[in-house]
Design a protein around this ligand. Structure first.
Ligand code: PMP
Length: 351
């Protein structure tokens, strides 16, 4: 390998995704997937798309999918970018909108892939610490920077900031792009997609992996001013014309038409979340108030790492982060009622 290549690879800091065990018997509460299946209409659409047309390339512009999304969100097709999962949308956005000259802001703690993207693009991160209650300090995000990325609700805390706070951050500097990552917004949060009409510096990122129960087909979106979307398309078309395959296009389009099903499933997840919080609270856990499909929990008497290993031995996977500030916490995705009953029961036995 050339010296340049050697150093480049050496300096990358790849993300380590949560475990995807081959053994299906695990109760899997570690990667925030939806515990319910995709809508039947979505599965049918994917099956129907598995025909001889698969010998042809998919539509590189995702026209039908973007038209359906535009109608659903009451925006225009040129407000929409489609990517291979929102991780790809985020990676492309970091490459397109942020420059090594000016720092890009994100919180500590937040979705840990942002640091990886920043490193990949050789950007300087401006790390904004959460306050003691794990809230996003809105004032700090209004300071000067070359851009900002905020998940709302935040991960792994589940805390949300209000729309008014996002307006303030957008208005603080109209020349920098602010990315609001709404991966978990459909579990009780409020979307800022309608704000893209007022703020040309706003990019809202969505995923089908959580609310739409389609982590396995890899589709994510960005919504924003046509200027931003054109930028993303120029970058994408310099890398890969066909990021979304035919099966994914069919499934994603059908998912838009199945919103009734998905919103009922999300209501179930929210109810289960609140019941789980109540039980854990009675057991002495502190739980950060969550608007997402996961909870962030700590117990004063039992180290999180220990609980993580004991749960795993008993067939329950949750997420433990060794980073110092959150090493007392576990992130627990919300499963079905039955799975969460088993989780709570196992915790009772462990304490
Ligand atoms: N944003 C946040 C905040 C996430 O937690 C995740 C999932 N780990 C993603 C984006 C990426 O989701 P996907 O690539 O599956 O769309």
């Amino acid at each position: 390998m050339s010296k340049y290549w050697n150093e480049r690879v050496h300096n990358l800091d790849p993300y380590v995704p949560g475990e995807q065990p081959k053994d299906r018997r695990y109760i899997k509460l570690n990667t925030n997937e939806n515990p319910y299946p995709p809508a039947p209409g979505v599965l049918q659409a994917i099956k129907d798309a598995a025909d001889d047309q698969l010998r042809l390339y998919p539509d590189p512009n995702e026209d039908e999918l973007r038209a359906a999304l535009a109608a659903h969100y009451n925006i225009q097709s040129d407000n929409i970018f489609v990517g291979n999962g929102s991780d790809e949308v985020l990676a492309f956005s970091f490459m397109t909108f942020f420059s090594p000259d000016r720092p890009v802001m994100f919180a500590d703690i937040t979705y840990s892939f942002y640091k990886v993207f920043a490193n990949l693009c050789e950007l300087q991160p401006a790390i904004i610490p959460l306050n003691d209650n794990f809230e996003i300090p809105v004032e700090a995000f209004c300071e000067q920077s070359g851009g900002a990325v905020i998940p709302n609700p935040n991960a792994p805390t589940g805390r949300e900031i209000p729309v008014q706070a996002i307006r303030k951050i957008l208005e603080a500097d109209p020349d920098r792009v602010v990315i609001i990552d709404e991966a978990y917004v459909n579990f009780g949060g409020e979307t800022v997609i309608p704000l893209i009409k007022d703020y040309p510096n706003l990019l809202v990122v969505h995923t089908l992996s959580k609310y739409s129960a389609l982590a396995g087909i890899r589709v994510g979106y960005a919504f924003g001013d046509p200027g931003l979307i054109q930028g993303l398309n120029r970058l994408k078309n310099s890398i890969n014309s066909y990021t979304i395959d035919r099966l994914a296009l069919a499934g994603a389009k059908a998912a838009i038409e199945e919103d009734d099903y998905y919103s009922q499933m999300a209501q179930r997840v929210i109810r289960t979340r609140e019941n789980t919080v109540k039980s854990l609270d009675e057991m002495g856990f502190s739980i950060i108030p969550s608007r997402a499909n996961f909870i962030f929990i700590t117990h004063p008497d039992y180290p999180a790492e220990d609980l993580f290993h004991k749960l795993r031995t008993r067939g329950i996977l949750v997420r433990y982060f060794s980073q110092s500030r959150i090493s007392d916490y576990l992130r627990v995705s919300i499963g079905t009622d039955e799975e969460m009953k088993q989780f709570v029961q196992t915790m009772r036995e462990l304490l």
